[in-house]
Ligand binder design. Structure first.
Ligand code: GLC
Length: 646
């Protein structure tokens, strides 16, 4: 659509900034023209009563971001654009890690790139690196300076150096932007506390409890144990401040366009530091309205869409991941809807599937997992999941009650069992984890614990029982395989590749003792990690199992995420089977979540069109002839097969 005034405004700004629209900047110009109306529309949806001059500030911000983008990054943008949907590829495998806990600092991380390569990891999600006050940091998610690397990790120059090295090694970088809040030690919060009205408008601040009490009526609590309520009293400025997460994390007020502009500049700052995927922390919370839960509100989506369109113009090589850990029907909206379908976040975490895998592992039953798939398959083409078995956060059992009911279970009793199973309070459970954020009012709770401990390895090692250890390793690899091959970028969590069990030392440090998520955020001991090369060790078995899986995933385009996933009926509740396809390529993935051997019919390979006569199991390399439906394919307890048409 051509909008005379709007396009004149854009053209004038471009000319003022000496953009060469017919020459080297032509693609930028084309993208600008293509997105101008959408940006204007979205901006007005948020700030309709603002003057046109404000919109000009937005235009200038986009131009400035483009102008300061390096030629290397512009070339990378172009290469990604030519590849088309580069982030859907089966060639990307990620790992999330805390730099300090992994290897001390950013400089040391440069020397560890070989370790990632050996495993097959080529995308690094570096957990929050920006300045954050010691002792009140929420693992770096309470940021006091969005543009300065915290000195405990090194310097901003170290980050630049690492990023350049990663480009040379064909690796991708993912960083966080914490949009929802700042640390109470951020300059804006300090000024607000000192009484500066302009900065008080950056936050939600109230002199008495009237409005906070109204909000509290409908807002759930995020950390009911360690930080109950959603407001914190600031004695310095005598105001109640909205603090949805911890009391030291002050929620930003996006009703104020200044806040949006400040944070958009921050987003561009990361883009121009070479970030390939920007993880937007807690986007579900960024818009608040009285009388609502203040989560997943339509205007939170407007903000994300606006950011996405701006990025597409200035720094198009950066994809967006919305870290929304929300119900299945809400998560789809983060990929955009209506005319903005596939134009909001490029990625979301597949948190439902992650939790459902844990459900299947505890119960040995895949019915609930399968009952959820019709919703997850709604994800639009061109968007993708981050698939994972766990991350730095807790595991929430947030899938819908109806999914549990449809599978024939009672939701309350079922969740109670899972919580008891993983926290180890159920006697027969092999898992050692803990309940996180127990809410006595709602009985809600989430689960903490490392992959290995939740799969029984901690108890198995303590018992010294070799077959218990072997079963735990099988479970670990089963969980990883299911998540790695499903579609989307698999995001491993550091330490899991070497079988790290829970670290209970967090209890001794007042900065972490109130938050048991620290039990699954290990400090890497490189003597232990060296064992990944020593045949027969637990570390080696897990590491090499993962290595193989990553390799297999990279070998077949069917593992890319092109809406090419079909669930196959196993006719056995213990087993989940999905088929991945690409052109003529067909790969069947079979997972037995139970402690019993499964006997499956060969007809499963005939459900989805003509089957070839022979199949190869990719891990063992063994060939199979497709037999009649009356004969069985035997899948041992906690094992998986990756069967490719021969
Ligand atoms: C996200 C992070 C979590 C943090 C929260 C508040 O959910 O993953 O670790 O506590 O945001 O920033």
């Amino acid at each position: 659509m051509y909008e005379t005034k709007l396009h004149q405004l854009v053209n004038n700004c471009l000319q003022e900034c000496e953009i060469n629209i017919g020459g080297e900047d032509n693609l930028f110009y084309t993208r600008f023209v293509a997105n101008t109306s959408a940006i204007h529309f979205l901006y007005n949806e948020l700030y309709q009563d603002r003057a046109a001059a404000d919109f000009k500030v937005l235009i200038s911000c986009i131009i400035a971001a483009y102008k300061s983008r390096s030629s290397i990054l512009k070339a990378k943008d172009l290469a990604k654009e030519r590849e088309g949907h580069w982030y859907l590829s089966n060639h990307i495998t990620g790992m999330s890690l805390y730099v300090d806990k992994f290897c001390g600092n950013l400089e040391n991380l440069e020397d560890k790139l070989g370790y990632f390569k050996k495993l097959g990891v080529n995308l690094l999600h570096l957990m929050p690196l920006m300045e954050s006050p010691e002792g009140e940091s929420d693992g770096g998610y309470a940021v006091s300076d969005f543009r300065k690397v915290d000195k405990k990790f090194g310097s901003t120059e170290n980050l630049v150096e690492l990023q350049q090295k990663m480009i040379n090694e064909d690796m991708y970088l993912m960083l966080d932007v914490v949009l929802n809040h700042t640390s109470h030690k951020h300059e804006w919060a300090m000024k607000a506390r000192a009484g500066d009205k302009c900065y008080q408008d950056y936050f939600y601040m109230y002199q008495d409890r009237t409005v906070p009490d109204e909000f509290e009526k409908t807002m759930p609590e995020i950390f009911p144990e360690s930080s109950p309520g959603n407001f914190t009293w600031s004695d310095e400025c005598k105001q109640w401040v909205m603090t949805v997460f911890h009391g030291y994390q002050w929620d930003l007020n996006y009703k104020n366009p200044e806040v949006f502009m400040e944070m958009l500049e921050v987003v561009f700052f990361y883009a121009n530091h070479g970030v390939d995927i920007l993880r937007i922390d807690a986007p579900a919370f960024i818009w608040k309205e009285l009388g609502t839960t203040c989560q997943n509100l339509p205007k939170a989506h407007t903000i994300l869409r606006l950011i996405k369109q701006c990025i597409e113009i200035a720094t198009p090589g950066m994809a967006l991941l919305g870290e929304a850990i929300v119900a299945p029907n809400e998560i789809m909206k983060y990929f955009g809807s209506g005319s903005f379908t596939s134009k909001e976040c490029d990625f979301a975490y597949n948190a439902t599937q992650m939790a459902l895998q844990w459900d299947a592992l505890a119960t040995g039953n895949t019915k609930i997992m399968l009952a959820a798939q019709h919703e997850l398959l709604q994800k639009p083409f061109g968007t993708s999941w981050i698939t994972y078995v766990r991350c730095h956060d807790d595991i929430g059992l947030g899938y819908d009650d109806y999914m549990i009911r449809n599978a024939g279970f009672n939701p309350y009793e079922h969740r109670k069992f899972l919580k008891e199973y993983y926290s180890g309070s159920y006697n027969l459970s092999p898992a050692s984890g803990a309940l996180f954020s127990v809410n006595p009012k709602t009985q809600d709770a989430r689960i903490s614990g490392t992959l290995a401990s939740l799969c029984g390895l901690e108890k198995a090692i303590n018992s010294g029982d070799d077959s218990f250890i072997a079963t735990s390793i099988n479970k670990i690899l089963l969980m990883q395989a299911h998540s790695l091959l499903l579609g989307g970028i698999p995001m491993l969590f550091y330490g899991d590749e070497a079988g790290y069990t829970n670290d209970y030392s967090y209890k001794n440090d007042p900065a972490t003792s109130y938050d048991n998520r620290w039990m699954h955020r290990p400090i890497i001991d490189w003597t232990k990690n060296k064992k990944v090369d020593k045949e027969g060790t637990v570390e080696q078995q897990i590491f090499s199992g993962l290595q193989k899986l990553i390799n297999i995933r990279k070998s077949y385009p069917a593992f890319g995420d092109f809406k090419n996933l079909t669930w196959v009926a196993a006719h056995n509740d213990h087993v989940a089977i999905y088929l991945r396809t690409f052109d003529e390529e067909k790969v069947y993935c079979l997972f037995n979540f139970s402690a019993e051997t499964a006997y499956l019919s060969w007809d499963i390979f005939r459900q989805n069109g003509p089957a070839s006569d022979s199949l190869v199991e990719c891990i063992s390399g063994k060939s199979y002839q497709l037999l009649s439906g009356a004969e069985n394919i035997v899948l041992p307890a906690f094992k998986f097969y990756i069967m490719k048409s021969g």
